[in-house]
Design a protein around this ligand. Sequence first.
Ligand SMILES: Nc1ncnc2c1ncn2[C@@H]1O[C@H](COP(=O)(O)OP(=O)(O)OP(=O)(O)O)[C@@H](O)[C@H]1O
Length: 316
Amino acid sequence: MPAVSFQAVSKTFATAKGPFQALDKVSFDIEEGEFFGLLGPNGAGKTTLISILAGLARASSGRVLVQGSDTQSDFATARRKLGVVPQELVFDPFFSVREALRFQSGYFGIRHNDTWIDELLYHLGLEDKAQANMRQLSGGMKRRVLVALALVHRPPIIVLDEPTAGVDVELRQTLWQFIARLNQEGHTVLLTTHYLEEAEALCGRIAMLKNGQVVALDRTSALLKTASGNVLQFKTGSPLPAELAALARVTGRIVQLPAHDALEIERHLATLRAAHVDVQDLEIRRPDLEDVFLQVMATASPLPQPERIERIEVAA
Ligand SMILES: Nc1ncnc2c1ncn2[C@@H]1O[C@H](COP(=O)(O)OP(=O)(O)OP(=O)(O)O)[C@@H](O)[C@H]1O
């Protein structure tokens, strides 16, 4: 039985401009023990899909099963199996960290949970904040507490909606070490993130959403193989000639140019030389997940989505 099964999930919002379809027959399974990435640009429908999974929103049609339990008709069972770390920093300002964790344990009917709460505080670097009031915590610390709150009932499935948005390098490392350990111990993880290098490093399989539809779904290694050619990367302070500017991905001083083969690399370099572009730290690299993502988003059309996808085989 899959850990999570999305079955032809559609969602239409009523808006002032009329109905808006945020999800269109999304179907895929996440197997037990997977570290699964859900990627897509802003507005692709990731949070909507996670809200439906968490029972916070209703699908307009289709259904979601969590270890076989329907998130609508069997909400309590499905919810208990999920630990959801929301994107937004929502919390009760009057509790201390430990009180909030005890209260959340009570919500799931768990008493005497302090041993596990202490372990969570330790692994999330929150030991010295246990008595602190939630109001007094920095944004990064609040996010750590949200992770602890999601895990307080030891859910088999952990859902992280952009958990590292706006948090420092230290928390990212602490968080990923802890989540990777839980995954090794058998917990299934569903992650949405805009940090594609994190997704590439952590996720065994990835689905990409665009305009509410699944446009790519494969093992991370297979997705990386689909990107052809090379990337010519360098730093510069000079403006690029128009023919290269049209192709380039520019982040500050870093320029990345796709190049199919050695000939195209030579052509790019000749164009840069002719335009007197100052080129530093030149390197040629294989495409990474960000390159694949951009290619998929630029070209992809939705994958055929049957009403029900039968089990997707996942190699060990
Ligand atoms: N309550 C709502 N009413 C109307 N439209 C909504 C509502 N919630 C979401 N949407 C729209 O549905 C689409 C999908 O939104 P969603 O938040 O799921 O995207 P996302 O992939 O999580 O984006 P981001 O990466 O920015 O978090 C967006 O166009 C959004 O404006």
